[in-house]
Design a protein around this ligand. Structure first.
Ligand code: FES
Length: 106
């Protein structure tokens, strides 16, 4: 059963990437055009941390081999098809903003 778990105070700046460990999961919080997105930190290619990636629009590019992921859906974007990783997707999480706090649905 899923429940809302407090993750952080809402001090996120636009387009900054903040890594927070929530209930044992490493989750990146990113504010883009005022909205907050939550996405897993682990790249499905070779497990590099996406925290060190570069945000270009809504696409977070992994710093290791440049795979891109849409921060809204976790879907792989613009890096073609891969035989070794059939479903190269990153987990995304619903978030709730209330009273200056960000919670995530786990
Ligand atoms: S580990 Fe992320 S692209 Fe290779």
């Amino acid at each position: 059963m899923s429940s809302w778990v407090f993750a952080m105070e809402d001090d996120l700046e636009e387009e900054k990437i903040k890594l927070v460990k929530v209930a044992g999961k490493q989750i990146l919080f990113i504010r883009k055009e005022g909205k907050v997105y939550a996405i897993g930190n682990s790249c499905p290619h070779m497990v590099c941390p996406l925290k060190s990636g570069i945000l270009n629009g809504y696409v977070l590019k992994c710093g290791c081999h440049n795979w891109g992921f849409d921060i809204r859906t976790g879907e792989n974007v613009g890096t073609g098809e891969y035989i070794d990783v059939p479903d190269p997707k990153v987990d995304t999480y619903d978030i709730e903003l209330a009273e200056g706090k960000i919670s995530v649905l786990l």
